[in-house]
Write a protein that binds this ligand. Structure first.
Ligand SMILES: CC(C)(COP(=O)(O)OP(=O)(O)OC[C@H]1O[C@@H](n2cnc3c(N)ncnc32)[C@H](O)[C@@H]1OP(=O)(O)O)[C@@H](O)C(=O)NCCC(=O)NCCSC(=O)Cc1ccccc1
Length: 177
């Protein structure tokens, strides 16, 4: 599903439905394992490597990817709404988490895997499901032998900030190159 497909949500007698397709999650995992860092960057950036199902579920797309940075697009829709009638903080946190992970993961040349161990977010403005797409812009701050850190912001097209987050990752495996 892409951001254009939100209109594909059908409403029949008040019941919402959506036909959603996603790829075998193993394809993205295999890409992580088998591709070189530069191949991985390129295939994520161009969309050649299918994103994991989580991205399809939350309506997240890649805008840009490079060693040390990743920008994702979150297109809010009705499925993201919580009891308060706004997009849930977990959805905002998820897109920032993935963008920060991408920024640090694409920094490493070897086969080590980065995994999030802590994350702090500040949700400074409510997100409505009717508003246009937001961008999660993340940068690696530190990539060390055993840990990595990143920071990120969720902004609209005018640069208005909706949320900020920082995260710490543990680096597992690889030769620490
Ligand atoms: C409103 C505030 C909390 C504080 O804002 P401040 O620091 O004082 O900053 P500022 O004054 O600059 O205002 C900024 C904007 O806010 C607007 N505004 C201000 N006051 C009010 C007001 N009283 N009422 C309405 N709107 C108000 C204000 O007009 C401005 O907009 P504008 O520039 O005019 O367009 C803001 O940080 C916020 O909305 N954060 C996001 C929270 C969020 O969405 N969390 C996630 C969902 S919850 C969750 O998931 C948990 C859960 C789980 C399961 C089930 C249920 C729940």
């Amino acid at each position: 599903m892409t951001s254009d497909d939100v209109s594909a949500i059908e409403v029949t007698d008040g019941v919402r439905s959506l036909h959603l397709e996603w790829d075998d999650p193993g394809i993205a995992v295999l890409g992580m394992i088998q591709l070189t860092r530069d191949e991985l960057v390129e295939r994520i950036r161009t969309g050649e490597l299918p994103l994991p199902p989580l991205a399809k579920l939350l309506n997240i797309e890649v805008v840009d990817a490079a060693p040390g940075r990743m920008t994702l697009r979150l297109t809010p829709d009705e499925r993201h709404v919580n009891f308060l009638g706004v997009v849930g903080g977990g959805v905002v946190g998820a897109v920032l988490d993935v963008a920060m992970w991408g920024a640090v993961q694409l920094s490493v040349q070897d086969k080590s895997m980065l995994t999030t161990v802590s994350m702090t977010s500040n949700l400074v403005r409510g997100v409505s499901h009717t508003q246009r797409a937001l961008e999660a812009v993340a940068e690696a701050v530190h990539v060390g032998r055993t840990t990595a850190t990143a920071e990120s912001r969720l902004v609209d097209a005018a640069g208005k900030v909706y949320a900020t987050a920082t995260a710490t990752f543990v680096r597992m495996g690889g030769g620490n190159g």
